[in-house]
Design a protein around this ligand. Structure first.
Ligand code: ADP
Ligand code: MG
Length: 575
């Protein structure tokens, strides 16, 4: 049987696996079990769609078997299985190859970034090559009479041949490596280790994960009588038995009561399910019963997904109907501006057989989405009030998205979001909210002032802002392109209009004394101003004596409406 070559990018990934310096090799088991669970999901879902009743998850076990002598570990499922061409297509390439390409191109030669790659994309099936020198997959697909075996010893290729297998499903055998001095791989053949790993990573899997375990059982009276005594004349109390045991607790984590689940468990679940290597910043778990019933488990990541601010990023929550996954990324459950939220919704009110098109119109789904949005807003406000530092971290990650949210859709959502955004303040030297600004406003202050520029430093140095800052007015700094657009859409906060410091009239009352001086200076400078205006000949609208400068001789100012910064952005966009 001729060996087939892996696709180029798979080969690269395999090389990384085989020569892995990644210490967290143990995740391979989680990956294989999760694949088994996915495969059973597909079969279970199909069966229930075809109207089969009386289905029970406990009838769909996943087996983990070990053979210490042969140094093999076997994972068996009764999932949907694979045909030969499915083996070819699914085990020969990587699901997220696009993202992987992106990462490996930037990866360092020495492979230290391998950890990042593995952490970020969860390399799935291939991770087994971190611990196995050879992998054998025997599978029979549902609706197919012929089983096949896929075999590979790593990067040099694989074979696919017909094989024998009675039942539909898949058996994956790992021939564990033995090529190290301390034989770290032999741990994966130990019962205690496998039990630990299953508990740690796969406890929420909704099908029983069964292992044949060794137990000490008390002897019955008859057995004891029949037993032989040892040298000291003592008869044994226990016997060793081998029996199948379900290792995982099976109940999905979101169905368990909040008080029963530890933060570690939630974190582990998040990292496994949503492929992150950092704990989430915030966990939101809600259980709603009533006319509309659902469980939702939401997470706010601690860091920005690498493609978050690009078009590639897909938002959405997993959607389950009574514990069965019906959609992986349901966009309709989250507004754009909360696209960073990861998580899932499980509701018995959503029909299992609903189509994507129907789902968009589904009233229940809309109602859930709107409740979730309110929940997220209130959790964020709560974080802002109770954990300011945490909120600033969050805002640093995803605040830009919220500002876009204010501006998008002609400001349709601005009122929901205006209390969640922050801007850097000239007086506080940190990000502040509009409410905080307004609470501190001077008695006679009519406007919320903001200044735009490329960076905080640059804004501080801009002559336009000198007088205002000198007089102790708080100025909000807009350093992002979207900032000023968002403020324009908001127009005002609590009846206090926003005013750009670049505007000609800052709306500050001058004292009589100041007015008199100004008038006098204007008169005296008329000739000078006119000749400057002539010299600039049509390049500026007007040349005036300014009240806002202190140490700088001149500055530009804009009329009402659009600022110079905004003009730049618009000019850029219309190119
Ligand atoms: P992912 O699970 O993210 O799709 P994997 O590398 O873990 O990526 O698996 C690749 C593909 O191989 C799966 O999508 C699935 O089609 C197939 N596969 C892996 N394991 C099994 C299995 N036990 N039963 C059926 N198909 C499987
Ligand atoms: Mg997988």
């Amino acid at each position: 049987m001729a060996k087939k070559e892996f696709k180029a990018e798979s080969k690269r990934l395999l090389d990384l696996m085989v020569n892995s310096i990644y210490t967290n090799k143990e995740i391979f088991l989680r990956e294989l079990i999760s694949n088994a669970s996915d495969a059973i999901d597909k079969r279970y879902f199909k069966a229930s769609q075809e109207g089969q009743t009386g289905l029970s998850r406990s009838d769909y076990p996943i087996r983990v078997d070990r053979d210490e002598d042969a140094r093999t570990l076997t994972i068996t499922d009764c999932g949907i299985g694979m045909t030969d061409s499915e083996m070819e297509n699914n085990l020969g390439i990587i699901a997220q190859s696009g993202s992987f390409d992106f990462k490996t191109e930037n990866a360092k030669e020495d492979g230290t970034d391998a950890l990042d790659i593995i952490g970020q994309f969860g390399v799935g099936f291939y991770s087994a090559f971190m611990v196995a020198k050879k992998i054998r997959v025997v599978s029979k697909a549902e609706g197919s009479d012929q089983a096949y075996v896929w075999e590979s010893e790593g990067a040099d290729g694989y074979t696919i041949e017909p094989a024998e297998r009675d039942d539909v499903g898949t058996t994956i055998t790992l021939y564990l490596r033995d090529d190290t001095d301390d034989d770290q791989y032999s741990d994966y053949l130990k019962e205690w280790k496998l039990r630990d790993l299953i508990k740690k990573y796969s406890d929420y899997i909704r099908y029983p994960i069964i292992m044949n375990v060794t137990k000490q059982e008390p002897l019955s009276k008859e057995e004891k009588e029949a037993a032989e005594a040892d040298e000291d004349g003592k008869k044994p109390e226990f016997k060793t038995v081998h029996e199948d045991e379900t290792i995982n607790s099976m109940v999905p984590i979101w169905k368990r009561s909040k008080s029963d689940v530890t933060t570690e468990e939630y974190n582990a679940f998040y990292k496994d399910k949503f492929v992150d290597w950092e704990d989430p910043q915030k966990i939101i778990s809600t259980n709603v019963e009533g006319l509309l019933s659902y469980n939702a488990l939401l997470f706010i990541p601690s860091r920005v997904p690498y493609n978050f601010y690009s078009k590639d990023y897909k938002r959405g929550l997993q959607l389950y109907s009574s514990g069965v996954l019906i959609m992986d990324k349901c966009e309709d459950l989250l507004p754009d501006y909360f696209g960073f939220v990861r998580g899932l919704v499980d509701s018995q009110d959503i029909s299992l057989n609903i189509s994507r098109e129907m789902l968009q119109q589904d009233r229940q789904l809309k109602a859930i989405a709107s409740r979730l949005e309110k929940k997220i807003i209130s959790e964020l406000k709560d974080m802002m009030a109770k954990d300011r530092e945490g909120y600033e971290k969050f805002f640093n990650n995803f605040g830009l998205r919220l500002k876009f949210g204010i501006y998008d859709n002609f400001g349709a959502n601005k009122d929901k979001l205006k209390d969640l955004v922050m801007f850097y303040s000239s007086t506080e030297e940190k990000p502040v909210t509009f409410q905080e600004y307004v609470d501190r406003m001077k008695e006679d202050q009519k406007y919320i002032y903001y200044a735009t520029g490329d960076s905080i430093d640059k804004i501080k140095k801009m002559p336009q802002n000198e007088m205002l800052m000198d007089k102790g007015y708080e100025v909000l700094f807009c350093t992002e392109e979207v900032d000023e657009f968002a403020l324009k859409v908001l127009n005002a906060y609590n009846d206090k209009p926003f005013k750009s410091t670049a505007e000609d009239d800052l709306g500050i009352e001058l004292s009589d004394e100041e007015k008199a001086i100004r008038e006098k200076q204007s008169k005296a400078s008329e000739g000078l101003l006119n000749s400057i205006k002539d010299a600039l000949d049509g390049k500026v609208a007007d040349v005036k004596l300014s009240t806002r400068l202190k140490s700088h001789p001149v500055c530009f100012s804009a009329g009402e409406g659009i600022s110079i910064e905004m003009e730049k952005v618009l000019a850029e966009q219309s190119k």
